[in-house]
Design a protein around this ligand. Structure first.
Ligand code: NDP
Ligand code: HSE
Length: 437
């Protein structure tokens, strides 16, 4: 036995860990724990041992995982009194929720990457952790390898945070990047993202903006100290974005990104995910491929930006192993449950109709005198005005209008578009995409 400061170091003491799941992320955690095994004693003051791994089906081929650790029965883990930390990387709501609650009720701390679960049942999970005086940490649930939960909960907790905004889904950022830079079609880029382990098992969650919405719910709850669940988040995915939209955005010195935007406003918390045009000189425009970036604005710190790999085996494992070491240190210092739920406010959620934005608009219109004037009048009656407008002939009779509006409320813009859609001189409303403002 030796000491490091006030800490007692005992190389005979071992903290035992079990893992639920050994897929993309679980495989990465397994590798990383093995790579750092010899350093755990120095990092924690005790050694760390991965004792059991739960999988659905043992016969599945698993690269490099010791088969002796595998079990198909959760009871093997919950009944093992030596296991003090459970890593949940199986995903989905059930049975993950029940397994996590049972683990915490049995006095085990839990580390999870499961944003689907936390974005809906976060309060129940954190309350259960507090009741049992254990840790429940979930750094990997938002933006993969980027440290963001801990900075929001700890490093920035002296601030009043007013905005959390960024690119928080690796799959869609990868797809949009491939479409823009390599002219790939959506399907081909999605297939590549699946192969690389970025996309969820069902990619609908990625491409429809649901995955990003879940991450925004979790980050908003922590940033604004008020519970935001997935159902509070407006989500719109990238499936309607075409190469034509990307080309036209480029012509206007903009690029298209799937942005998550959360703000603490006078009318309540605004939280949304949708494709967004941003100027090519905006820092987020150069966040490409699977990389994610999160901007946080606090009253004391001003602007901060967190950047890194938002998905994939090893970056996600980095976040999980960091949490595991944190819990192990807390076990070693006998200070579990130091930071629990931080939602001490009860703020309303702002209605989507009340948000304000600029809009990118692409229309095919009949090409005769007065059409542009009619469009401007209809939009103007609903407080919509243009910041930029380009008109190009498509055929002798049809022209394309590509425009960016000034800032207007979602409600006014919707009413203007509803009126415009009914007019005989409108051939097609090709695209409507919000513009960052
Ligand atoms: P995978 O589908 O690759 O792996 C899931 C694992 O869980 C598999 O080993 C599977 O067993 C096991 N499993 C699933 N259901 C059960 C069950 N009912 N009982 C026992 N075992 C079960 O998922 P990922 O590794 O990609 O994702 C895991 C979690 O991490 C998810 O919550 C995801 O949202 C999150 N996440 C993923 C990231 C990524 O880049 N992939 C990034 C950040 C978070 P078997 O092998 O037998 O099928
Ligand atoms: N499918 C997710 C993404 C994984 O692409 O960002 C990380 O949560």
């Amino acid at each position: 036995m030796d000491t490091k400061g006030d800490r007692e170091m005992d190389s005979n003491k071992v903290i035992k860990v079990a893992m639920l799941g050994a897929g993309t992320v679980g495989g990465g955690v397994y590798k990383l724990l093995k790579m750092r095994q010899d350093e755990m004693y120095d990092k924690i003051g005790e050694s760390l041992e991965l004792k059991k791994i739960l999988v659905k089906s043992i016969p599945e081929t698993r690269k490099d995982v010791d088969p002796a650790l595998l079990t198909e029965d959760f009871e093997d883990i919950i009944n093992d009194e030596e296991v003090q930390i459970v890593i949940e990387v199986m995903g989905g709501i059930e049975p993950a929720r029940t397994f996590i609650l049972r683990a915490m009720n049995a006095g085990k701390s839990v580390v999870s990457a499961n944003k689907d679960l936390i974005a809906v049942h976060g309060k129940e999970l954190l309350d259960t952790a507090e009741q049992n005086h254990v840790d429940f940490l979930f750094e990997a649930s938002c933006a993969g390898g980027i440290p963001i939960i801990r900075p929001l909960k700890q490093c920035l907790c002296g601030n009043h945070i007013t905005e959390v905004m960024g690119i928080v889904n690796g799959t869609t950022n990868y797809i949009l990047t491939k479409m823009e830079k390599e002219g790939m079609e959506f399907e081909e880029a999605l297939a590549n993202a699946k192969e690389l382990g970025y996309a969820e098992a069902d990619p609908t969650a990625d491409i429809e903006g649901l995955d990003a919405g879940r991450k925004m719910a979790i980050m908003s709850s922590i940033a604004f100290h008020s519970r935001v669940t997935f159902g509070d988040v407006y989500t719109e995915g990238i499936t309607k974005i075409t190469s034509s939209d990307i080309r036209h955005a480029k012509a206007m010195d903009c690029t298209i990104k799937l942005l998550g935007i959360a703000r603490d406003t006078e009318k309540g918390i605004e939280v949304r995910v949708h494709p967004t045009l941003i100027p090519t000189n905006h820092p987020l425009a150069s966040v490409n491929d699977v990389f994610n970036a999160v901007f946080v604005h606090g009253d004391a710190v001003d602007d901060t930006m967190f950047y890194g790999r938002g998905a994939g085996e090893m970056p996600t494992a980095s976040a999980i192993v960091g949490d595991v070491i944190d819990v192990a240190r807390n076990i070693h210092c006998n200070c579990l449950a130091r930071i629990g739920c931080t939602c001490y406010k009860n703020l309303p959620i702002k209605k989507m109709a009340d948000i304000e934005s600029k809009y990118f608009l692409r229309l095919l219109v009949k090409d005769y005198a007065g059409v542009l004037g009619n469009i401007a009048t209809i939009l103007g009656n609903h407080s919509v005005s243009f910041e930029k407008l380009i008109q190009t002939p498509v055929t002798d009779d049809v022209a394309e209008i590509v425009a960016i509006t000034d800032i207007v409320s979602e409600d006014d813009f919707k009413q203007a578009m509803d009126e415009l859609r009914g007019k005989s001189f409108i051939e097609e409303v090709s695209s409507i995409i919000r513009v960052y403002a």
